[in-house]
Design a protein around this ligand. Structure first.
Ligand code: AMP
Length: 230
């Protein structure tokens, strides 16, 4: 919890599907030289690569349900071990349940680390639905929004030129399931982290730049700061 010590910091972005955790997490981690760990991206990569993990996860993802905790914890543990502990990390989409939060605390403690800050991004339900319905993803991992953050050439990624995808789990019925799974399984993490004194709330309704500025202020990194140790 020391603002002067950025290396090795662990930040969790919490919030409903569609609130902007991915967009904001990529920007924050990119600016600070921290790792961005999106478990949804890790699962989609496993699926694309056709691994056993990807195939197992698929049925849950397509239905908008959560992949079992043990699978997720193993995935994150392996990912962290491969990364080394001196780099800051922004988690996006993990933890999503109280057992996952407990396991993350234990894995970090083995490295002498802890969750330093949890940022709850908040937005009205109407905003969430508009954001999710406009979302288009590049196979590269970059996410656009046809309303708020469109690609230069409609339908194609600015970086790689690949066609953009409307994720199967961004279709309306699955979105409803994901929102109710969030309320039941993930929202209890607000109380969990609040009780540990690490929760901070950020208004996620502004445009991308406004939310990013508020997020950086919340985690104590100056706007424009880019160094890992800043
Ligand atoms: P996301 O891209 O974060 O919205 O994740 C897409 C899907 O991957 C979710 O709807 C879940 O099926 C699965 N998933 C991602 N992260 C987790 C997690 N921490 N626990 C369980 N399932 C997850």
């Amino acid at each position: 919890m020391n603002g002067a010590q950025s290396a090795g910091r662990v930040i969790v972005l919490l919030g409903s599907p569609g609130v902007g955790k991915g967009t904001q997490g990529i920007r924050l981690s990119g600016a600070m030289g921290w790792a961005h760990v999106s478990t949804g991206d890790l699962l989609r990569a496993a699926l694309k690569a056709g691994t056993a993990l990807g195939l197992e996860a698929r049925k849950f993802m397509d239905a908008g349900e959560l992949v079992p905790d043990e699978v997720m914890v193993d995935l994150v543990r392996e990912h962290l071990a491969a990364m080394g502990s001196d780099r800051g990390v922004v988690f996006d989409g993990f933890p999503r349940t109280v057992p996952q939060a407990e396991a993350l605390g234990a894995v970090l403690a083995e490295e002498g680390r802890q969750v330093d800050q949890v940022v709850l991004l908040e937005a009205d339900a109407e905003v969430l639905v508009r954001r999710i319905s406009g979302r288009r993803s590049s196979p590269s991992g970059r996410v656009y929004n046809v309303h708020f953050d469109p690609p230069r050439r409609p339908g194609f990624c600015d970086d790689t030129g690949e066609p953009l995808i409307h994720r199967a789990d961004d279709q309306p019925e699955t979105v409803r399931t994901r929102l109710s799974v969030y309320r039941e399984a993930t929202a209890p993490l607000v109380g969990y982290y609040d009780a540990r004194g690490v929760l901070v709330r950020v208004d996620g309704e502004g445009d991308i730049g406004e939310v990013q500025a508020a997020l950086r202020e919340a985690v104590g990194v100056a706007r424009g700061a880019t160094a890992t140790g800043a």
